[in-house]
Design a protein around this ligand. Structure first.
Ligand code: ADP
Length: 623
């Protein structure tokens, strides 16, 4: 038993508990997982929008180049260079100020346009950019060069330092981004390496994305903590920056204001570079329609384009307010709009918590149900094991009880028959008494053997009943008449109260007689005090009218708590050792099984004034 319990604990209980513990832990991780999932989903959305915006800007750049080529198609480049400012503003709506630079020699540039006389915008432009575009000053710029034909200008792609992860620029097959490791332009010997001083320029981002924590692994935490921008400026002269490229974007911050310039080198004469400073408001207006997230996410998040001060310039849900600096996720747009971000905000943050709660509750319930099922299963196994063990013990007891029951009558039969056979008893009355004992003991043996045989037949489902019309009163009378002499010989006083008339039933009379004999035999065995047995038979009106035989004794009665168990096979409330009463534990089992096979029952109730009352109830035969 102990071994079985140990196996059960090791093989079932312990692994189940470990699994339950793991499941509880996974429930705890659910929130993190769900938020991570959401964060990746929303990050994908902002990455896609940033990518689209980069593509749109690249398209704008191409439109600008086309506009320049268009202007140059009809006129000589020198003439176009002089009036480019006014021409480009007319033909290309995004231009605020147009400029033209004539390249001569390896490091000389002449700014041909705009002229200071062109107006206040042109004057401001010249103050801000005159030195830089004339190649006499360096400037800190963020640049995108397209169609660079100079393989010698091995500018390191930004993908190296992780730019590609946010999805901008790396989709642009023509785009290159300058980074810290840019090499010097060979044909400009006096030029400094582009971006050489950019090593420490990693500026903190203007936003602190909340979902970033879910996307980083432990060793990436520092990176996330610093929250540095991946868009890094390069400081160089104009010629050095444009190199041999044909198109490009230059972005710079002047008095903390972003200025964006597109430039294009004339196909016909590469010494002419035309450019335009963009009108930022018009550019943003053009991007307005791009802030919409995927339709599945429109109800979940609000997407905004944030400028370099984390102010929203376009949002997907008009009227939405939040702390703009703290989006759930955000993606930098890239060098064309440096330090501008596409940020996503959760519209209803409680929905996420609710979803986590629901998932946690469902998982918790599942775990509880599983643990409950395992416990109930375990309990059932243990109970069944106990039952099997008890049954095995009872079977062993049964064998010893039956052997003992066989031995006692056999001993007395042998002893008395030997006395009679050897003519050692002369007194005829004694001879008769001995013969009666032999008869009674033989009857006891027959009863015992019948019980055992019937029991095994019933267990195998082979017991057959010869059912016919009968009168229960008759069966009772006949059985008592047979049994009475034996009881009276043993000093019992027997009273029989039978109802008048008949109690018609349909039954196997022998089987019913066997029940009555078993009950009488028990009354005899367990009457250890007053030797009085009362048999009553009659009609019982009860909830359902039936025929009833009651056998009452004045013995010790059935111990409390065993009233039902005495009907179980092999069960004995008075064991042979302590009570000295022999038995097999089968008499009542058989009595009840036979009664139930006839549609009736055998029940026990304590007798008023002490003793037992066993009642056999059978259905009356209907006419
Ligand atoms: P047994 O061979 O042990 O008598 P039974 O199935 O006939 O087997 O009875 C089961 C148990 O019921 C007995 O062991 C005894 O404890 C209890 N019992 C049966 N009849 C009586 C009775 N008349 N008075 C008290 N206890 C009884």
């Amino acid at each position: 038993m102990r071994k079985l319990a140990l196996v059960f604990v090791l093989a079932v209980l312990a692994p189940s508990l470990v699994l339950a513990w793991l499941a509880v832990r996974s429930v705890r991780d659910q929130q993190f997982l769900l938020e991570r999932q959401q964060s990746l989903l929303y990050q994908g959305a902002t990455d896609a929008i940033a990518q689209n915006i980069s593509q749109r800007l690249s398209q704008q750049q191409q439109d600008f180049s086309a506009a320049v080529e268009n202007l140059a198609a009809s006129n000589a480049p020198g003439l176009i260079a002089l009036q480019f400012d006014s021409d480009i503003r007319k033909s290309w709506p995004l231009a605020d100020v147009g400029f033209s630079v004539i390249l001569s020699g390896p490091a000389t540039c002449t700014l041909a346009c705009p002229l200071p006389t062109a107006g206040p915008a042109a004057q401001r432009f010249l103050v801000d950019n005159g030195g830089f575009l004339g190649n006499s000053e360096t400037a800190e710029v963020y640049l995108n060069n397209y169609n660079s034909k100079a393989p010698s200008q091995k500018n390191t792609l930004v993908g190296d330092n992780g730019f590609g992860t946010n999805g901008y620029n790396n989709n642009n097959s023509q785009g290159q981004q300058w980074a810290q490791k840019s090499e010097p332009v060979p044909q400009q010997a006096n030029a400094e390496p582009i971006g050489q001083n950019a090593q420490n320029k990693g500026k903190a981002r203007s936003v602190i994305p909340q979902g970033a924590n879910y996307q980083t692994t432990a060793n990436q935490t520092d990176l996330a903590d610093n929250n540095l921008s991946k868009v890094i400026p390069a400081e160089a002269e104009f010629r050095q920056l444009i190199g041999d490229g044909t198109d490009g974007t230059l972005a710079r911050f002047l008095q903390n204001k972003l200025k964006i310039m597109f430039w294009h080198r004339l196909n016909r004469d590469p010494n002419y570079v035309f450019g335009a400073q963009l009108n930022l408001q018009r550019l943003v207006a053009d991007l307005h329609d791009m802030v919409q997230p995927d339709s599945a996410l429109t109800n979940e998040i609000c997407v905004a384009i944030l400028d370099d001060n984390a102010h929203p310039v376009a949002i997907s849900r008009p009227g939405f307010h939040t702390v703009w600096k703290r989006p759930f996720v955000a993606t930098e747009i890239g060098e064309t709009l440096p330090h501008w971000e596409i940020a996503a905000y959760i519209v209803d943050p409680s929905r996420l918590t609710q979803a986590v709660c629901t998932e946690t509750i469902i998982l918790g319930l599942l775990i509880a149900v599983l643990v409950f099922a395992i416990s109930v299963g375990g309990w059932l196994i243990v109970t069944d094991m106990n039952r099997q063990l008890a049954l095995a013990r009872q079977k062993t007891d049964f064998v010893s009880n039956v052997s003992h029951e066989l031995k006692t009558p056999l001993t007395s039969i042998r002893m008395f028959s030997e006395l009679l056979a050897e003519n050692r008893v002369a007194d005829p009355s004694k001879q008769r008494a001995y013969l009666q004992i032999i008869t009674a003991e033989t009857a006891r043996l027959t009863r015992l053997i019948n019980n055992v045989l019937d029991f095994s037949r019933m267990e195998r489902g082979e017991k057959k009943y010869n059912v016919r019309d009968a009168d229960l009163l008759n069966i009772v009378k006949e059985t008592i008449d047979t049994y009475r002499p034996h009881l009276e010989n043993c000093g019992f006083e027997m009273e029989c109260v039978l109802a008048p008339g008949q109690l018609p039933i349909r039954a196997d009379t022998d089987a019913i007689a066997q029940i009555i004999v078993n009950l009488l035999s028990n009354a005899e065995k367990y009457s250890n005090g007053e030797k009085k047995i009362l048999v009553e038979a009659g009609r019982r009106e009860g909830p359902l009218p039936c025929a009833e035989v009651r056998i009452l004794d004045r013995g010790s009665g059935v111990p409390r708590g065993c009233e039902e168990r005495i009907f179980e096979k092999f069960y004995r409330a008075h064991d042979s050792l302590s009570s000295g009463i022999q038995g097999s534990g089968l008499g009542l089992t058989l009595a009840r099984q036979i009664a139930r096979a006839h549609g009736g029952d055998v029940i026990y109730e304590p007798r008023e004034g002490g003793g037992s009352c066993f009642a056999l109830r059978l259905p009356l035969k209907m006419d």
